[in-house]
Design a binder for this molecule. Structure first.
Ligand code: GRF
Length: 199
């Protein structure tokens, strides 16, 4: 049995699309793979309630609880590791998870940590990607699924989806068209990875 953990920070629309795909495509039966945990760093993330409603295990590791520690990021990451360890995750999927993970966490899960970023990497790493793409005058935006490395948004690209930028596009209009593609791209990238793992 393989275990996938999904890390979110909010509504988790990508998480929902992955879980729906896992159910529809029968990942349990076909790939002996389950979504073993949905974890949020934000206790108010509505995606957690949705995941509970699907009968999935959920956890909250609130990064704010560690702000008084000498090294808050490390303490938060140790708590994340502590929560993930019983699951022995084969894959950790970052889906709208809005905390930067340091090498302390990333090196522990080399080649097991996947992220989606709403740009055509290596262009527009970081935040506000859609506005920056519009401002730069590029004609195509999109989304990238990549392995997480020590450098933010710079790990090996797994798959991408292209979305044209239309005349007069706004950041929010573009973001919603990109998000629609993310919902197809991320489950597909994970399923392709599962196929490579099948024995
Ligand atoms: C998505 O664009 C994702 O790529 C980015 O955060 C946005 C929201 O994702 N990292 P979700 O609805 O929380 O999955």
């Amino acid at each position: 049995m393989k275990n996938i953990a999904i890390l979110i920070s909010g509504g988790g629309s990508n998480m929902k699309s992955i879980i729906k795909r896992s159910q529809k495509a029968q990942w349990l039966k076909r790939y002996q793979t389950q979504i073993g945990l949905v974890l949020s760093n934000d206790p108010l993330a509505s995606g957690i309630d949705w995941a509970k409603g699907q009968g999935l295990s959920t956890a909250i590791v609130d990064h704010k609880n560690f702000l008084q520690e000498e090294n808050p990021r490390r303490a938060f990451e140790d708590a994340l590791i502590h929560t993930l360890e019983p699951l022995a995750p084969d894959l950790i999927v970052l889906a709208g998870f809005m905390r930067i993970l340091s090498p302390h966490f990333v090196s522990r899960y080399t080649n097991k940590l996947m992220n989606i970023h709403p740009s055509l990497l290596p262009a527009f790493t970081g935040l506000h990607t859609h506005q920056r793409a519009i401002d730069a005058g590029v004609k195509f935006a999109g989304a990238s699924v990549h392995w997480v490395s020590d450098v933010v948004d710079a790990g090996q690209i797994i798959d991408q989806a292209v979305v044209p930028i239309l005349p007069g596009d706004t950041a929010s209009g573009l973001a919603s068209r990109v998000l629609t593609q993310e919902h197809l791209l991320y489950p597909r990238a994970i399923e392709n990875w599962l196929k490579t793992q099948a024995t």
